[in-house]
Ligand binder design. Structure first.
Ligand code: PNW
Length: 483
């Protein structure tokens, strides 16, 4: 009976769902097929090959525009409950605006959605995974408040075309990543660097854009389609490096929740500690108001509560300490840490797949509990978690360990901390175009041969491992490293 108890503890709750994710620019290729217009990533990679590790681009990527049936086959072999992919805005709306809808774009996503459903796999769709139509960047991109209404137009088209079959929508993937790394640091598309301001303007515009899409779904689509709409935020977990710096670690947690407080908190608006600190720093810099733009009371009410679940992506953790005078702070993975003069490091004992991707499984559980404490006992869906190596290892033991150890923490969060987690998503189904790392970072459960014109896909050991977890709906912890 002891054995039974142990096994029961390792079971995922009934109804818990497993998936895997990709994103349009990272897998589709076919960048200029038919009437598709360029996205900011097409423009950025074509104009700045030197900013990409292997000078590559997503022109072909995994060629999933052509090989989508193969991808569905892989998802089916894994036994996925759902497949998370994103729609390329410029493929569906080449003008950026809804005055013209591409027939080929419609056909492609209809085929993919129908193919998934025919194979018993639920489609989970992200509207914005960073590939803005270049035509809208020419309007100023996410620093232009008008983008919120352009995004609502796009969402209207997508909900209208696919909402009869798509029941889980994510408006945005990781606003923190594109607001900070793109619009503040200028390191990724569109390559616009507006230090200390671009990220905050982007944050406000994106919060409003999300809320507009959510409220549109409520008024126009919810009664007939009965789906769920949310977004997914990326979180690192932060711990103080030295005793006495808990307050700084908490400030970093709140900075990363900049894109959550307006939506999920009871009060709405920016996280108070972050808002206060940025206002103080702005005042010291001689400004009469904060660089973090205020919301009007109407905007606060408009954004607050616009969710049906909390989507989150977790990969890694950091230690926080006050920077030494003159210390150069890195912009990655969170350029905003320089705002507060905080240095982010990793503990040497945390196993590194890539320099930035160090594995600290307990951070995942602590993050889930922290989010529950901040925002209440709401539904959490893990929309990304995964591990990369810089070599295309086929017997990928490190990735298997990463998935097992992180899934173990999810189970602890569910069983011990009573966090209501209903879904887990592996990033990624297949190796793909890893932004400025090009094809040098391998995240796939399935290997892709990028030298092969047919982009041959071969499941790794981790794919077999994940399939076994899904099939048994439980975790075998006999190999666990026991965090
Ligand atoms: C995510 N970090 O980005 C994105 O959603 C994916 O498109 C991407 O391929 C994947 O994770 C792997 O990088 C991240 O700093 C960006 O911890 C930054 C971090 C994590 C994920």
């Amino acid at each position: 009976s002891l054995l039974v108890a142990a096994c029961v503890g390792r079971k995922f709750p009934p109804g818990f769902k497993f998936g895997a994710a990709t994103a349009s620019y990272q897998v589709e290729g076919a960048w200029n097929v038919s009437d598709k217009s360029p996205s900011i990533w097409d423009t950025f990679t074509h104009d700045n090959p030197d900013l990409i590790a292997d000078k590559s681009n997503g022109d072909v990527a995994c060629d999933s525009y052509r090989l989508w049936e193969t991808d569905i086959g892989l998802a089916k072999d894994l036994g996925l409950d759902f497949y998370r992919f994103s729609i390329s805005w410029p493929r569906l709306l080449p003008n950026g605006h809804s005055n013209y809808v591409s027939e080929d774009g419609k056909r492609y996503y209809n085929n993919l959605i129908n193919g998934l459903i025919e194979n018993g796999i639920e489609p989970v769709v992200t509207l914005y995974h960073w590939d803005l139509p270049q035509k809208l960047q020419e309007f100023g991109g996410w620093t232009n408040p008008d983008l919120a209404s352009s995004f609502e137009e796009y969402a209207d088209v997508a909900f209208g075309l696919f909402g009869d079959r798509v029941k889980t929508w994510l408006t945005f993937n990781e606003p923190v990543s594109f607001c900070e790394i793109s619009y503040e640091a200028g390191k990724t598309a569109p390559g616009v660097a507006l230090p200390g301001i671009g990220n905050y303007i982007c944050a406000k515009v994106v919060m409003l854009a999300h809320a507009r899409a959510y409220r549109l779904y409520d008024t126009k689509f919810r009664a007939k389609y009965r789906g769920k709409v949310g977004l997914t935020n990326q979180h690192l977990w932060f711990e103080p490096k030295n005793s006495g710096e808990e307050e700084n670690a908490e400030l970093m947690r709140n900075l990363m929740a900049l894109y959550s407080y307006p939506i999920y908190s009871k009060t709405g608006g920016w996280p108070p500690s972050v808002e206060k600190r940025i206002a103080e720093i702005s005042a010291k810099q001689g400004y009469s108001r904060s660089r973090l733009p205020e919301f009007t009371p109407e905007e606060i009410e408009f954004i607050k509560g616009t969710y049906d679940f909390y989507g989150l992506n977790y990969y890694t953790s950091r230690l926080v300490e006050t920077a030494k005078p003159g210390e150069k702070l890195t912009w990655f993975p969170l350029s905003g840490s320089s705002e507060f003069g905080l240095a982010l490091t990793a503990d040497p004992s945390w196993k590194a797949g890539l320099a930035w991707l160090v594995s600290y499984p307990p951070g995942f559980r602590r993050l889930l509990l922290w989010l529950k404490q901040q925002f209440g006992d709401i539904e959490f869906k893990i929309m990304e978690n995964g591990y990369a190596t810089s070599e295309p290892v086929m017997y990928d033991e490190e990735r298997v360990n990463y998935y097992r150890d992180h899934l173990e923490q999810v189970l602890l969060a569910i069983n011990e901390d009573k966090v209501f987690v209903t879904a887990y998503t592996a990033w990624s189904l297949i190796d793909n175009y890893e932004w400025t790392s090009g094809y040098t970072s391998r995240f796939g459960l399935v290997n892709v041969d990028f030298n092969d014109p047919n982009r041959k896909r071969t499941p790794r050991a981790s794919a077999h491992y994940y399939a076994a977890v899904i099939k048994s709906h439980s975790l075998d912890l006999s190999q666990s490293r026991g965090y």
